[in-house]
Each structure stands twice: as C-alpha cells, then as structure tokens.
Design a protein around this ligand. Structure first.
Ligand code: TNX
Length: 528
C-alpha cells in the first residue's frame, strides 16, 4: 500500500472511530475524551458512596441524585473505610486545569475526580446524563472520560424587566443551565418597562418603577393597542440572595445588569429629577428605545447609581457587574444645559464622549469595590473604559475591536445568539417573536472566535452567551420554548472541542438526552 493510501486509510479509520464514540453516549455537551470500556458498573443495594471530608458535600449531592432517579438511598462512607469494590468514589486530585474532571465506570467501581469544585460538579453532571432512562435499569455504561471546557464564559441571559419571572421560575432556568454545564447567568434586572431589584435606599423603585399601567399588544405599529392590565413585580434582596446561593451550588455565577445611561425610563418614573427634562414620566408600556435617559450632567444621577450599585455589590459576589450601555439616544443630552456644561468642563468633544465619561466614572467606582464592568458594545463609542469587558451584540465587530485592544469580550451576536428570534423559517408556524431567524442548526454551527483575530487576540474571547429578551414572552413556559433546546446547542459550542462538532450526532444525542428535560417538566421546542 502506498504511503498516501495508508494515510487515507488511517484518517478514515479514525473518523469512523470518533463517530463511534459519539454514538455510544447521549452526552450533551460532548466530553473532550470519552472512551468506551467493555463493561460498565451496576448500581446495587450494596453499593457505597466513598468520599474524603473535602468532597463530602459532592458525595451527598450524588447520593441525592441517585436516590431521586433510582429510588435507592446509598450510604456515604469515609474513604478510609476500606471498601474494595462496588463503590462510587468522588475525590480531589491535584489537577490544575480549571473545571476539568475524570470519570471512570467499570465493573468494580465508578470514580469521579477533579482538581477543583467546579470539576467535581461537572463530573457528577456527566454521570447523571449516563443514568439509564428507566429507574429499574441500574446499568451505568463502561466509560473513561476526561473532560474540560473550551470557554470560561458559558452564558445565558434572561430579561426579567419586559416580563417578570418568579424566583421559582428563575431556579428552573438555572437548573436547565446546569444540566448543560452553562456557568454564567446574566440577569437583566432593569429596563424601561420595569425595575426589578429591591434597593433599600430608594423605595420608590419598588413602589413605582416595578409597575407599569399596561402593556402593548403585539408589535409596535402606527396605532398601538394596549391590554389595559397593570403589570409588575420585583425581587426582594432576600430573594436575590436566595438565587445567588442556588446558582452557586450549581457553579453558576450571576452577572446582574443595571442599565445605564439609557433604558432607564422605569427608574425615571420614580425619580424624574435624574433626567434632563425633569419629567414627568411613566414606566414604559411599549417595546423599543425611549429618548429619556439618565442626565449625565447631574451629580445626583451618579450618587443615585453608586448607591444602587453598592447594594447590588453586596448581594452579588461575582466579579462582573453589567452596566448596560446600549441604545442610549443622545437627543436629550444635546439640549440639556447640565450635560453641555459637563462636556465643557471635562473637555468632551461630543455626546459619545459624554457617554464614555459616564461609563468610566461608574467603572472607577466599581473597580474600587473590586468589581469589573461589562457592557454592551456601544461602550466602545467615545472611548472604552480602561478595564471594561465588552458584550458584542450588534454582530461580532465589537468583540473583535475589544480583543484587539486587549479587553475581554463575550460574543453574543444577534445572529445566532438571540434566542428571542424565530426557530422556524415559516414564522406562521411559530408564536409571535421579535423577528429574525436563529434555528437550532445555526446556533450549533456558531464559532465564537472570529476569524479576524490572531491566536493572542483570541485569548480575550471569554466565551459566548444566548440572550432571551422577553418582550414577546409573557409566561415562563414560553421562555422555555425559546431557550430550549437552543441552550443545549450553545453549550456544546462553548464546552466541546470545535473539531469534534457534528450536528447530526448532536441531534441524535439530544433526542436520547431530552428525557431529562421531560422529567423536569420543561416546555422545550419539539420537532428537532
Ligand atoms: C436590543 S440587545 C436590545 C434589547 C431588546 C432586544 C430585542 C440590547 C443590548 N438591546 O433592549 O430587548 O434588542 O432583541
């Protein structure tokens, strides 16, 4: 055989084997390495969970998962108990690769080990995906898995301003995220149509800004029609802390978003003195962009926002705070004497630089508290704040520019990361959505690192995020329909090696795996 033919044969063989592995296990996202072993493990009434003190809470987590799936409560024993066989062991090793884990299932034992807590958590998540569908079947397939994520920011966003979702619903959302090893929840908490977080120092935010008198029916048009129903809701600080704790257990960091200087009408309805004109205003009732924004010339605006951010920082322990920054019309600033005075004093050449001044001031304040800011890509206009990260939504250009300037970026381009867009080319077949077309296949085909970047620049791409804007999603079951299973497709984009991606194989695994969502009662979109 010629060398050329030999090479061809070797490549074909390796491709066949690769697909062979994939077909073996219904895992989503697919692990970096998963080898089938000839025989697996059978869970019996005598099986023991073994752990050291350090990993004990993971052993208990596993005990609960096995009990709720198989109806079998296995004992947890200290690893010095000398259990020789028929055990499931979780333990820490000295692996330094963040979030990586190893899982082996063979006839004697199952073991999961990792260098950090996130890794052990992901190992347990993978094991639960290997559980057979029927609780009566206790066979865990034989497998050796070594796995770690491709990106550190595997995000999902949820807009709780346009429509309000309860704490129980947010927990479900976090459960879905954790099933797919997503690790950043971007909680869009404020916007024109409703302010959701309780702020102790400004009670009118919950009394007035959290409410709107009615809501637009359908899309905006020449003759808007409203439903006449008062609508509102807010999260107490206790509830937000409860969500933080719930997310932390699932290794999800929450990035709260407080919108500024635009998308601020709800706040201005309660505190109109923070606008350029003085108001009066009402919380927004239709979808779109409003001209009235926070006044950038007024010192009181900054005191107000800093007070709010101080309370927000006490609730959310994560490093990043999202400060919005998108879609801020400059029309009020152009005519506002205070804003114009500020521009003179600070030698700012236009209103874009005034927006940049605004964001930089907030960045300084948050940096002093040990936090980093992230904002929508408009924060690039007029000069990027020195340490800011950029969330690229108007395509990928914002992310490219940020990375070239050695700033971190999260990719969330409208196409295909906006999960408020349609999932079927025939829009008549789908419930009303904002527009656009982002089918499951497009999400799966997405590559977060733009081709334009060189290898060094590419290291500034922290990952990507699916955004769920809820103008047209009044109830949580509709959020589930829009987010699932597109979230699963994105999870594989963000976790698995790009070279291993295979859409047909993903669909087959997803179809096998979707029962987990059925068990959780999720209203995911069927027919994939
Ligand atoms: C643009 S994305 C917005 C949101 C809307 C969304 C609808 C972004 C930073 N701003 O306010 O809800 O489009 O797709």
């Amino acid at each position: 055989m010629s060398a050329y033919r030999l090479l061809f044969f070797a490549i074909t063989l390796s491709l066949t084997l690769n697909t062979g592995f994939c077909q073996e296990f219904a895992l989503v996202p697919y692990p970096v390495k998963a080898e089938k072993l000839s025989k697996g493990f059978v869970i019996t009434e005598q099986t023991v969970i073994v752990s050291s003190k350090e990993s004990w809470d993971f052993a208990v987590m596993l005990q609960e998962k096995i009990s709720s799936h198989f109806g079998l409560k296995l004992p947890v024993k200290d690893e010095n108990a000398r259990v020789k066989t028929n055990f499931i062991r979780v333990w820490f090793n000295s692996d330094t690769l963040a979030s990586s884990y190893t899982l082996e299932s063979n006839p004697q034992y199952i073991e999961i080990y990792a260098g950090d807590r996130a890794g052990l958590f992901y190992g347990i998540t993978t094991l639960t995906q290997l559980f057979p569908d029927s609780p009566a079947d206790r066979n865990i397939p034989g497998v050796f898995i070594h796995d770690y994520p491709r990106f550190s920011w595997r995000g999902m966003h949820l807009d709780c301003s346009r429509h309000f979702f309860t704490i129980e619903e947010i927990k479900k959302y976090l459960d879905y995220m954790s099933l797919y090893k997503m690790n950043v929840f971007h909680w869009h908490l404020t916007d024109d149509q409703g302010w959701r977080p309780e702020i102790k120092k400004y009670p009118l935010l919950t009394q007035i800004s959290s409410q709107r008198k009615e809501t637009l029916v359908g899309r905006p048009s020449a003759n808007n029609c409203y439903d006449g129903n008062p609508y509102g809701g807010y999260y107490t600080q206790e509830e937000m802390k409860e969500i933080v704790a719930y997310a932390a257990k699932r290794h999800i960091t929450i990035v709260p978003e407080i919108e500024m200087p635009g998308h601020a009408l709800a706040a201005l309805a309660a505190y109109p003195q923070l606008s350029c004109t003085g108001g009066p205003f009402e919380t927004g009732t239709y979808w779109g962009v409003y001209d009235d924004v926070f006044c950038a010339g007024n010192e009181e605006t900054f005191r107000f926002l800093e007070d709010i951010l101080t309370e927000i920082c006490e609730i959310f322990p994560g490093t990043y705070i999202h400060i919005g920054g998108d879609e801020c019309p400059k029309i009020r600033w152009e005519k506002c004497p205070k804003c114009q005075q500020r521009m003179k004093d600070e030698k700012l050449k236009d209103e874009h630089e005034l927006q940049s001044y605004f964001i930089q001031r907030i960045e300084k304040f948050l940096n002093a508290k040990g936090k980093q800011i992230i904002g929508w890509d408009e924060i690039l206009e007029g000069g990027l704040a020195p340490n800011a990260a950029v969330m690229s939504w108007r395509g990928t250009q914002g992310g490219i520019e940020a990375a070239r300037m050695k700033h971190y970026a999260v990719m969330s381009p409208g196409n295909p990361c906006y999960f408020d867009h349609y999932q079927h080319s025939d829009k008549e077949k789908e419930p009303l959505a904002i527009g656009g077309y982002n089918p499951l296949a497009a999400v799966y085909a997405y590559e977060p690192v733009p081709e334009e970047l060189n290898a060094e620049e590419a290291t500034y791409i922290m990952g990507a995020q699916g955004n769920v804007w809820t103008e047209y999603m009044p109830v949580f079951s509709h959020v589930e329909y829009m987010a699932l299973p597109r979230m699963a497709a994105l999870s594989e984009v963000l976790w698995s090696p790009a070279s291993e991606r295979n859409y047909e194989d993903f669909l087959r695994r997803l179809r096998n795996q979707i029962k987990q969502l059925d068990i959780m009662g999720a209203n995911y979109r069927k027919g994939f």
